[in-house]
Design a protein around this ligand. Structure first.
Ligand SMILES: *Cc1c(COP(=O)(O)O)cnc(C)c1O
Length: 463
């Protein structure tokens, strides 16, 4: 009992801690109130440990270390940059497409200043935010007009609500997909008040199937990109132009949800064919919608391009106001689209640079890493991800690090600053240079050498 009392008496006092230089610096950084709280909390925990006869370092230095750590952790934002060494280019959990330098600069330019978001400089009066990016999108896709919304899910809901509410929408059974995160096409339809009419079978849908389902309640033929899954074998879908011709013949609207939405032909990279946005417009779809942060390589957005009269109807719908995007999105999107206009998308847009990286160059990077931190270089595959190009991937070279516990090693990498996200295999951790930005390499190698050292020490090989 006396023992405990002794220990309690040895606890540093709040006043003494407050007069410490380190604490004064913490107060400058975090405020007097937060530092005082941190000190009181730590001393309280120390007191309880003593009473429970648990070990607790109560030296002044230890208390200061702990409160510094606590304060730092308290200000660590939950949204932080990470190093993506998974080789999944459009990684939905890791923020999808990283933005180009120009897109970042454009966001920065309008972020802290007043801007022309809804201001017409020529007239000196209120303008519409809906004009931004529209001209660029018209030029790049060949569509008559465009509208930008918060994401592609919103785009689809707006289309269905504005032009198919209380009417029937025909869709192939092969396209009734769940895109991820519980986003299911049938649920969206229901939410928008449209009635889903399924035609064909899971693997095959022919144009006659669509025709047979048309009646006076039908508003639209909808095509949905199968996104994150791929059907192989005995499968059939009508060509795009056949679908749009059928819609025209019966006076119906044709809508294409492209999902990733690329302006660049993916076959140039040895990947499967995806209809480009231009292909869809040329095939005659009235409306085409796609994401801004998948294969476009820009900010999160849902973009609809198509017939001017229909886009005008979408703009007037009350949901368009609720789904509109802010100045930062427009700034990043315009800068991203300008890369395509200048024919420099493959060099300037990070996801295209990653998709287009030469195997030799990836291999040389992996060898350089291996020379610095150990491990060996092996063949592997990178994936595009983001629900685009399912089942097709790119050959890559990986740095493979054999460790006692790959899961624990990967967890250690996630604790690095910035955190490193790697692939975990049976007896090794795999790192794909394809998705690591050049400016992140030094941080990656530092995290790796630190951890590799720890792992060696555990195995006793350094003793
Ligand atoms: C990804 C995707 C969506 C959803 O797009 P978000 O921009 O994530 O809302 C919708 N449809 C398809 C086919 C998709 O691949």
């Amino acid at each position: 009992m006396n023992d405990k009392r002794d220990w309690l008496r040895k606890l540093p006092s709040v006043d003494r801690l407050l007069s410490h230089d380190r604490v004064q610096n913490l107060i400058k950084e975090y405020s007097h109130r937060l530092v005082l709280e941190a000190i009181r909390d730590d001393l309280e925990l120390a007191r309880r440990s003593i009473l429970a006869k648990q070990n607790c370092d109560i030296s002044e230095a230890a208390v200061l270390d702990r409160i510094t750590h606590e304060l730092r952790m308290g200000f660590q934002p939950s949204l932080r940059p990470v190093i993506n060494a998974t080789g999944v280019v459009i990684h939905t959990n890791l923020g999808r497409a990283p933005l180009s330098q120009a897109a970042q600069a454009a966001m920065n330019a309008v972020a802290g200043r007043y801007n022309t978001l809804e201001y017409d400089l020529d007239e000196g009066e209120r303008g519409s935010r809906l004009v931004h990016a529209a001209k660029l999108l018209r030029g790049l896709t060949g569509a008559e007009d465009a509208i930008v919304l918060n994401n592609n899910a919103a785009a689809l809901i707006l289309i269905l609500s504005a032009v198919a509410s209380d009417r029937e929408v025909i869709i192939s059974r092969g396209q009734l997909v769940e895109i991820g995160g519980g986003f299911r096409i049938p649920a969206i339809m229901q939410e928008s008040g449209a009635t889903l009419v399924e035609v064909g079978t899971t693997n095959r849908t022919r144009i006659d199937d669509y025709e047979a389902a048309v009646n006076e309640q039908t508003a639209m033929l909808l095509r949905v990109h199968s996104s994150n899954f791929r059907q192989l074998g005995f499968v059939e879908q009508p060509p795009l132009s056949q679908l749009t011709a059928c819609a025209r013949q019966y006076g119906l609207l044709s809508v294409d949800d492209l999902g990733s939405g690329t302006l660049i032909d993916t076959r140039a990279f040895g990947l499967a064919y995806e209809p480009t946005i231009q292909d869809s417009i040329a095939a005659g779809f009235d409306l085409v919608c796609f994401s801004g942060d998948k294969l476009l390589g820009g900010p999160q957005a849902g973009i609809i391009v198509g017939k001017a009269e229909l886009i005008a109807r979408l703009k007037r719908h009350p949901l368009a106001r609720a789904m509109r995007v802010d100045k930062l999105t427009y700034a990043a999107l315009i800068a991203t689209l300008q890369h395509y206009l200048r024919d420099e998308a493959l060099q300037q847009i990070p996801i295209w640079r990653m998709i287009g990286r030469e195997l030799d160059e990836i291999g040389a990077t992996a060898e350089r890493w291996a020379a610095q931190v150990g491990g060996k270089v092996v063949d592997g595959r990178s994936t595009v991800g983001g629900g685009s190009l399912p089942g097709t991937d790119l050959p890559t070279r990986l740095l493979a690090i054999a460790v006692a516990s790959p899961a624990r090693f990967a967890a250690g990498l996630r604790q690095a600053d910035p955190p490193v996200i790697a692939r975990v295999a049976k007896s090794q951790v795999l790192l794909d240079p394809r998705t690591v930005l050049p400016e992140q390499e030094a941080d990656l190698l530092r995290a790796l050498s630190r951890l590799a050292l720890d792992d060696d020490q555990e195995k006793g090989s350094l003793s």
